[in-house]
Design a binder for this molecule. Structure first.
Ligand code: P6P
Length: 333
């Protein structure tokens, strides 16, 4: 049987009435931009794209050259198509409406153009995370940040592209989570992981242990019991992985199970966690839930959170259903 390309998958989803022609076009444009980002990332030192850009972003983080390059690639690719009203990005203070010389469409696009960029210079997997929302009332002439403040359950599509040993796209339009691998020779994505399922149980957790002294007592107790292993209350040994690239850690969890945690901590009491709700936790949460997993703040479902700010942060417990539920029990104070 002929391999199913992303183009064929999207045409068949549209024919089945599960996505519109406009959403199909939007996803195709975003994925083409990710292919360009994959080329830029893979050049590394040969492309003069490593290192700092010498600028900072709204998060107060120093931008890498590839952060800025990836952001520009996504903005340029999505400007003229007529399917978007505006973009919002980790790298931009505020939402950016589509230029007036182009028609405005019914969708809003959010992205972290290059997540995990601290790993770029050491050649560890990084990725692009994206989320698609509808414009309020399906059309907004002058979009603002407020138009993006919709709960994650309202996303019409979400995905990431991971730039690792393989470049892979993992996508959901609300009908399961599916993985596509880039065939570089033909320059197209092939469906290689249909209907991904997160195993309900796991013996592997992902957390940055160096923050342990800053965690809430509930989080301390939960992780202490993981570390106690088979002699402790959990009755089994756990393994730990931390890549410090959310796309890579979540991809491993989608593939073999696990729980990824970035909890609230007291390092900076003004922040509710490190990860951003709108373009990290929400898209990853939809992908994981569509694959049978759970996405929680430890106390509430991430996709139900009513956003208050475009760049707001949120505690994240995401992955294997039964393990996220176990972590929630420790936080059910
Ligand atoms: P830390 C990358 O900067 C990121 O936003 C996520 O991709 C990753 O999971 C996390 O931060 C790593 O944070 O504190 O371990 O460097």
């Amino acid at each position: 049987m002929q391999p199913v390309t992303l183009t064929r998958y999207l045409v068949e989803e549209q024919r089945a009435g599960r996505i519109s022609a406009e959403l199909r076009q939007l996803i195709s444009v975003v994925v083409r931009a990710c292919t360009s980002i994959s080329v830029a990332v893979s050049k590394g030192a040969l492309g003069g794209v490593l290192g700092e850009a010498g600028t900072g972003n709204v998060q107060g983080e120093a931008q890498k050259k590839l952060d800025v390059i990836s952001n520009d690639i996504l903005l340029e690719a999505n400007a003229w198509g007529g399917h978007l009203a505006a973009c919002a990005s980790e790298e931009m203070d505020h939402a950016m409406p589509v230029p007036d010389e182009y028609p405005h469409g019914e969708f809003l696009l959010l992205f972290d153009p290059l997540d995990g960029s601290s790993n770029i210079d050491v050649n560890v997997s990084v990725g692009t995370i994206f989320s698609v929302l509808r414009c309020p009332k399906d059309h907004v002439e002058a979009p603002t940040d407020a138009d993006f403040l919709q709960p994650g359950r309202d996303q019409v599509a979400a995905g990431y592209c991971i730039y690792g040993p393989q470049t892979m796209l993992v996508l959901t339009t609300g009908h399961g989570t599916h993985g596509f691998t880039l065939d570089r020779e033909q320059g197209l994505f092939v469906l290689t992981h249909p209907r991904m399922q997160v195993p309900a149980q796991t013996a592997e957790f992902a957390v940055n242990m160096s923050n342990q002294r800053h965690w809430e007592p509930q989080m301390q107790a939960y992780v202490a019991d993981l570390l106690a292993g088979r002699d402790g209350p959990r009755g089994k040994d756990f393994n730990m992985r931390w890549i410090a690239s959310m796309v890579a850690d979540v991809h491993r969890i989608l593939t073999r199970g696990g729980i990824f945690i970035y909890p609230r901590d007291t390092k900076d009491p003004t922040k509710a966690g490190k990860l951003r709700l709108m373009y990290e936790a929400n898209p990853m949460g939809l992908l994981i839930e569509q694959a049978g997993g759970l996405a929680s703040t430890g106390r509430a479902r991430i996709l139900d959170l009513p956003p208050e700010q475009l760049h707001q942060r949120v505690p994240v417990f995401i992955g294997s259903r039964e393990e996220v539920e176990a972590a929630e029990r420790y936080h059910a104070d």
